[in-house]
Design a protein around this ligand. Structure first.
Ligand SMILES: Cc1cc2nc3c(=O)[nH]c(=O)nc-3n(C[C@H](O)[C@H](O)[C@H](O)COP(=O)(O)O)c2cc1C
Length: 350
């Protein structure tokens, strides 16, 4: 029996309200398939934005194909909505979203499984109708209640409320999960997932107590046996991280959380890799993305940017996702039942 069945699990047709959210610009097909196979929702992340975006889209499509070859359960893709200084959507967003919609149109079997598209970063306004027209569920990640209301009113199906303690690109307003999530769940009628700081059954139970329908975790899933695509040094750096070892620096779409090291210090001290050496914004963005990939693929966790949430300080093991996802749902249900049954029965007022 699935211990937690709610409107989110029913909408997305999964067993447990536990999502592995986007972990770009990295390789995640195996991770996504493992989470989907375990009864959660895995997400294939966007692989980066190389100068040749057609090649980037082909690589992304390969990752999607790899994921579907490893699971026959539903899975998602994550595509950030990048915008330039004038608010114009960057080409990679458009190219990647079109690639996903085309891939599903061409392949009915893929469309049956790739049912969820998650956007993040900028407002996805122009993409809401095409995503729905394609028959997909649209999730959007927000960092404020105002953004949540705007997205829900525009027709987004699921809101992912992102607290500032999250790993990777974090909200510019720096509101943490404990404050943000109850405000968002009060303000919108659609299902809400908490993202930022969750790592176990207690996090899922707490998210539900705050009115959320589930959790979307990032950092927790990185240190798992399924994540054989990432360099072991990256995984070890997360396990070794202690409280206070994380920092928010200026990333690609605003603040970004990762571990304190030589690479993040360059950004926090100078805003650029070397006291003003890279002035061009495009070149600086490329340096940041390459630095992230240097940590993930080459294992250079000093000169590369190691994206991770504050919760890394509380993670010290490598999980087996097949066991972790159902036991987290079971544990959360037990916590909620135990807490409810330990309270005195409320007096009935006459
Ligand atoms: C290494 C890393 C890469 C990430 N990349 C993305 C991304 O490409 N798109 C996105 O929407 N969120 C991204 N995130 C955020 C996660 O999807 C998720 O919201 C976040 O990790 C939740 O916080 P947690 O790490 O405390 O679980 C990333 C997070 C990490 C740690």
């Amino acid at each position: 029996m699935n211990p937690i069945v709610n409107r989110y699990t029913q909408l997305v047709q999964i067993d447990h309200p536990i999502v592995q959210e986007g972990l770009g610009p990295f390789r995640t097909p195996k991770l996504a398939a493992a989470v989907s196979n375990a009864g959660g929702l895995g997400t294939v992340s966007m692989p980066g934005m190389p100068a040749d975006l057609a090649a980037g889209a082909r690589l992304f499509r390969d990752h999607i194909e790899e994921c579907r070859s490893l699971t026959d359960r539903p899975f998602a893709v994550n595509i950030p909505v990048g915008v330039d200084g004038n608010g114009v959507v960057l080409p990679f967003t458009d190219i990647y979203i079109r690639m996903v919609l085309d891939a599903r149109r061409e392949d009915a079997e893929l469309a049956r499984q790739l049912t969820v598209l998650t956007t993040s970063a900028g407002f996805p306004g122009d993409y809401i109708a095409p995503i729905h027209d394609a028959g997909m569920i649209h999730q959007h990640k927000v960092g404020s209640t105002r953004q949540a209301v705007k997205a829900a009113e525009a027709g987004v199906d699921v809101i992912i409320a992102a607290g500032f303690e999250m790993g990777g690109h974090a909200p510019s307003k720096a509101v943490h999960s404990y404050v943000l999530v109850p405000s968002v769940t009060e303000a919108v009628d659609v299902p809400v997932l908490l993202t930022g700081g969750a790592r176990d059954a207690r996090g899922l139970a707490a998210a539900m107590a705050l009115g959320a329908d589930g959790v979307a975790m990032g950092t927790r899933f990185i240190t798992s046996t399924a994540n054989t695509d990432w360099h072991p040094a990256y995984i070890q750096a997360l396990i070794d991280a202690k409280e206070g070892d994380d920092v928010a620096f200026d990333g690609v779409y605003g603040p970004c959380r990762g571990l304190r090291n030589a690479a993040s210090r360059r950004l926090t001290d100078h805003g650029t890799p070397d006291s003003g050496e890279i002035a061009d914004a495009v070149e600086l963005t490329r340096w940041k993305i390459e630095s992230m990939q240097r940590a993930q693929t080459d294992g250079d966790v000093e000169q590369g940017l190691v994206l991770a949430g504050q919760v890394a300080s509380a993670i010290d093991d490598i999980i087996d996702i097949a066991e972790f996802v159902p036991s987290t749902a079971r544990g959360a249900a037990e916590i909620l039942h135990t807490l409810a049954s330990s309270l005195p029965t409320p007096a009935v007022s006459a």
